[in-house]
Design a protein around this ligand. Sequence first.
Ligand code: GLN
Length: 292
Amino acid sequence: MSISESPVDPALNTGELLKSGCQQLAGVLNLELSTARIEVQCLMQSVLCVNRAYLFTHPERILSADERARYGELLMRRLNGEPIAYLLGQREFYGLELKVTPATLIPRPDTELLVELALQRMPLCCISRVLDMGTGSGAIAIAIAHQRPDAEVVAVDASEAALNVAEINVQRLQTNNVSLLHSDWFSALDGEHFDIIVSNPPYIESGDVHLGQGDVRFEPLTALASGTDGLNDMRRIIADARAHLVLGGWLMLEHGYNQSERVRGLLHQAGFGNVSSVQDLSGIERVTLGSV
Ligand code: GLN
């Protein structure tokens, strides 16, 4: 079903609009009421450029025609399934506010695990060189770089459009220790060596039904899907990573909920040692790592 008429009644004040928007969203997208409420509040805040407290203290405010049109458009797009992160143009990751657009994946809380694991393997005594492959919005690279301003972080992506978004995030968050580079995996990294290579590559099976559901429908397919078993890009990264790691360096990969055993197998085959998988917050083995 596609909703094409403004869902906003001009007679309603802000408090009433939030209430009716929340019910519409919960009904149409099958969201919990508490989630739907936060979403409509975020949309309204972004139109009015106000904080959350303002919404609670000014429920009687009547929107101007322009505000009503903008809020109506955002609500309609959300009712048609567009991810809230794209409508707001931002998503929080590791405590940082990142710009996101449909050119980039929306950073997931699960991916913070990759950042944690990298930080744990960056000794305080030395300058670590870190490579983030398929950086998208720059989330992982920028989070690591912020925690460790002494580190040298290189972030690559094959998508120029994604790199443009990452560049805006690097500027906005004044992250001086991230260099962005256009590269199809290792293609532009000849002769470069790193202490740590991290990646959240595409890993969904190309025929997975989830690709046609929810937020994922609006995200770039090239950042999500990777061949029939989801491991095409993983194989490329693992095959070439050794040549770009210093002795004792680590490769860390985020992967799908049922891929840890296969990714461990690929790392063993490629000659990595200390291979293990680590669970995410939901208890699912989400990151697999190994060292050379
Ligand atoms: N974790 C994402 C999802 O399942 C996929 C991200 C990815 O392919 N790297 O929606």
